[in-house]
Design a protein around this ligand. Structure first.
Ligand SMILES: *Cc1c(COP(=O)(O)O)cnc(C)c1O
Length: 389
């Protein structure tokens, strides 16, 4: 395996403490939490403890405000669809151009099928939301606002409390996809005044296929899955007890993580790359999640750079979707109007609490030469050199 794993916004290694805690739920305590016999009864306290750990991570007041789901995607969909269904007389969604596909593709689908009118709010070059457009889009027709807490490609943090207050002012519900914020920055659902919030286990060293939806007490709700009475009838289906327990431990460990150390490593990586590689730019300024660096090198095709990084034992990402064999520039960076010469040369390095100094050193050692070798083959780079000569 690669000695440097710097793609933690895609997924993280499950913490060994998480694995140790969840394994007995497969073997010894395998009961169905809804069963009335001993086997079921053994599971309930473990689920309760996990719910409280998630509650603590996000600052929820009551443990029953936490609904376990299959992950970030399901939490996002549940929040948006529930709001559309419960907000009588309102059928509009306000979201941003830089949301995760879990939100953007759902909104597109709802618009295409005539179930909602969607306002996609633009961002500027720094990645900040156009607040005037946001306010103009809000109305007594707005059912729900869905704006992410931190962006998965740039780490950019949005002013959630301010955005939520504006949404509340027009009677709309406010949902935030906090998959890349939970466990990475201080986050409190009560202080921010959000109605719903999504998080995911596998982005915080928990298992894949488990997540949570925060639903503020008193907010009307319509389940995505109907069936059994699990999760107080709000999410039918036998509880994923091992996943839930794993998420609980992951939430607890995330609260204890040394975020300042992660930020210092990220900042060292950023400063080192900017100093060593000419014609580089950081995408997204202002407040960012401490673990994310999106950096672009003019005329250094990211696909080629990533391939060479991989050969050097470094796993990173371009943040863009690989569609039918051709790399499509990221919708996030396009929305931020990253200049064309840089758009194809963007890389995302995402760190975690497991990231070591040695991993950062390896990138700083290898990447300058890799970028130079990729640029050598670029006709655009040759042109650029001529112009500046
Ligand atoms: C990963 C991610 C998701 C999807 O979460 P899953 O648990 O993989 O479904 C949603 N939003 C953001 C911002 C993400 O980074």
């Amino acid at each position: 395996m690669a000695p440097a794993y710097l793609d933690n916004n895609a997924t993280t290694r499950v913490d060994p403490q998480v694995v140790a805690a969840l394994l007995p739920l497969f073997t010894e305590s395998f009961g169905n939490a809804s069963s009335t016999h001993d086997y079921g009864a053994a599971v309930a306290p473990a689920l309760k403890a996990a719910r409280q750990a998630v509650q603590a991570l996000i600052g929820a007041e009551f443990d029953h405000e936490v609904i376990f789901t299959s992950g970030g995607t399901e939490s996002d969909a549940t929040a948006i669809l529930s709001a559309l269904e419960t907000q009588a007389g309102r059928n509009e969604i306000v979201t941003s151009a830089v949301e995760h596909p879990a939100v953007l593709n759902l909104c597109q689908h709802l618009e295409r099928t005539g179930r909602a009118k969607v306002h996609v709010i633009a961002v500027d070059e720094a990645g900040d939301l156009d607040l005037d457009a946001y306010q103009a889009a809000l109305s007594d027709k707005t059912a729900v606002v869905s704006i992410m807490w931190a962006n998965n490609e740039t780490g950019k943090i949005f002013p959630i409390a301010e955005l939520a207050a504006l949404a509340r002012g027009c009677g709309a519900l406010f949902h935030s996809d906090a998959v890349q914020a939970a466990g990475k920055i201080a986050l409190n659902v009560r202080d921010a005044g959000v109605d719903m919030l999504s998080l995911s286990g596998h982005k915080i060293h928990g298992p894949k296929g488990i997540g949570a939806l925060y639903l503020k007490k008193g907010v009307k709700f319509s389940p995505l899955f109907r069936g059994g009475k699990q999760e107080r009838g709000r999410r039918a289906g036998t509880e994923n007890a091992p996943g839930v327990v794993g998420l609980g431990v992951a939430a607890k460990l995330a609260l204890e993580a040394d975020r300042a150390r992660i930020a210092a490593l990220r900042d060292r990586l950023q400063a080192g790359l900017l100093a060593a590689i000419p014609d580089a730019r950081v995408n997204g300024s202002g407040a960012r999640a401490p673990n994310t660096l999106n950096i672009a090198f003019a005329c250094a095709d990211s696909e080629a750079v990533l391939h060479k990084l991989d050969q050097a034992g470094i796993a990173a990402s371009s943040g863009s979707a690989c569609a039918s064999g051709t790399m499509e520039p990221s919708h996030v960076l396009r929305a931020m109007k990253v200049p064309p010469l840089y758009l194809q040369g963007a890389l995302r390095f995402s760190l975690s609490r497991e990231t070591s100094d040695a991993e950062i050193d390896l990138v700083l050692e290898k990447l300058p030469a890799i970028v130079a070798s990729v640029r050598e083959k670029s006709p655009l780079w040759a042109e650029m050199l001529k112009k500046t000569a």
